[in-house]
Design a protein around this ligand. Structure first.
Ligand code: SF4
Length: 482
């Protein structure tokens, strides 16, 4: 079968969009490689299909050009990813394919809306099939079904358009365990230019993201992947993947996109030792939890090229953390930030304002936490009740949102949850104030200037990071800012 995989264009041709399972968001600065599509491309190529791949987001390709490329390849099946807030924009991918030929089957992937299969298809008239979960196996099953002219309704957990009817095969949201040993490496050879990609500031050298695990065993109420089956890629598989990127594609900066990279301390150390020995010029970033690091581990990570860690701290108020089932203590977060700085690794923290129970006092506690710990960078979002999360159920039960809230408006810079004690404006102002109180804080500026003096290789990064934040604050009102 001729299969075209497409990462749709940037929102309004300007704002980059990250379309990965846990991370389906707009971000004014980061241009993230479409890892899952590259992985799917490898799986389908192994099955003998003819594959073409277009990253319109990475290459800043507008829709008219994408349309002529689709017409040129003339696929039987077009697979693309979409996100809740860019839904209408991303669906143009299916629309232009259908304008070319009604024969092209359009198949969309989006994790965040996995509890709303019917609604998604209802609002997407050009979309034939929606796969919310388990795309590693579902896509293969669908292709086999089409080729053998079988009834697709036997395939669980998908939505299918059949003329004017929409069929949701099963409503169960069971996420399968991924068998990494049976999967190939993502089809990195399909990337036309690695220089299209960057974390949220420009980098020298090629950049890539890697997932080394899937799922998360923790229970944070606001998170779309909370309590999903968790499994790790074996260290040998990760090292092979790094070797391919380092040796064949000259990648020198990697973001481990996993939710909790250091969850298996032993595996982390094995990967670190391999990086130190075999890929000495590689620098890397990762996400993890504040209770999954210690000084010894951080020192090993730094010695193997770790240059930044992003921690989800979420709040400086213990009651808010407990209600959100974050499973960490404020003191643990303070300690992890201090240890990370002491190890010579930059610290990025994310916070969520407006979680249940938030008050002006708890917001003050978060600001106090920031002033005390001074992370090198921070991201402040407003709580979003994504469908299927415990936060969503709490919000419906306590009437913090209307049951019919439009999922296309779930931006992380806008207040969605309605509280008696905090207005939308107060929450949105608190978010901007949090950015201002960190980035215009003389102690924070001094800390980072001293850091750059000690780490001159970060000079360009520091300047562009600061300039980005000033621009975000004064020109863009912190919209789509991460
Ligand atoms: S630790 Fe919490 S926020 Fe992070 S991925 Fe797991 S459930 Fe989500």
């Amino acid at each position: 079968m001729r299969i075209l995989l497409v990462n749709p264009p940037r929102l309004n041709n300007i704002i980059p969009v990250t379309r990965e399972d846990r991370c389906e968001v707009t971000d004014r600065y980061a241009v993230i490689p479409p890892y899952s599509l590259l992985w799917l491309a490898a799986i389908l190529r192994n099955e003998g299909h003819e594959i073409e791949f277009i990253d319109a987001n990475g290459t800043v390709m507008p829709y008219p050009e994408l349309q002529s490329q689709i017409a040129h390849f003339s696929p039987d099946l077009l697979i693309f990813r979409f996100t809740p807030t860019t839904h209408a924009w991303d669906m143009k991918t299916a629309e232009i394919a259908k304008q070319i030929s009604d024969r092209i089957v359009t198949l969309g992937l989006c994790f965040t809306l996995h509890t709303l299969i019917h609604e998604v298809l209802e609002r997407s008239p050009s979309l034939d099939i929606y796969i919310p979960l388990n795309w590693e196996t579902r896509v293969k099953q669908i292709i086999a079904g089409i080729q053998e002219n079988r009834d697709l309704s036997e395939i669980p957990g998908i939505g299918i358009r059949n003329g004017n009817n929409i069929l949701v095969t099963t409503e169960d949201n069971f996420i399968e365990t991924t068998d990494f040993s049976s999967l190939s490496l993502p089809a990195y050879d399909l990337i036309k230019d690695f220089r299209s990609y960057r974390p949220n500031t420009p980098v020298s050298g090629n950049y890539m993201v890697i997932y080394t695990s899937k799922g998360c065993p923790f229970s944070c109420v606001y998170c779309t992947v909370a309590k999903t089956p968790f499994n790790l890629k074996p260290a040998e598989f990760v090292i092979k993947e790094l070797d391919t990127l380092y040796s064949h594609y000259n990648v020198r900066l990697v973001s481990f996109f996993d939710e909790t990279f250091t969850i298996d301390r032993k595996r982390t150390i094995t990967i670190c030792n391999a990086i130190k020995k075999s890929f000495p010029a590689l620098h890397w970033y990762c996400n993890t939890r504040v209770n999954l690091v210690d000084p010894e581990l951080l020192s090993i990570m730094q010695a193997s090229g770790c240059r930044g860690i992003a921690y989800g701290v979420e709040s400086g108020d213990q009651t808010i953390l407990d209600t959100a089932k974050k499973g960490i203590k404020v003191e643990e977060a303070k300690r992890a930030i201090l240890w990370t700085k002491e190890a010579g690794i930059k610290v990025y923290t994310s916070f969520i304002l407006g979680l249940p129970g938030e008050t002006q006092k708890s917001i003050e506690n978060t600001l106090h936490f920031i002033h005390e710990t001074l992370p090198h960078g921070a991201q402040f979002n407003i709580a979003v009740p994504y469908p299927g999360t415990e936060l969503y159920n709490m919000a419906v039960k306590e009437r913090l949102i209307a049951e019919q809230t439009d999922w296309r408006t779930l931006y992380q810079h806008k207040a969605i949850l309605k509280y008696d004690n905090l207005s939308d404006k107060e929450l949105e102002d608190a978010r901007k104030n949090a950015y201002r109180s960190l980035y215009f804080n003389p102690r924070w500026i001094l800390q980072n200037v001293l850091w750059i003096i000690q780490h001159p290789e970060d000079f360009r990064l520091g300047i562009s990071y600061y300039w980005k934040n000033v621009k975000n604050y004064y020109w863009f009102g912190m919209e789509h800012a991460h």
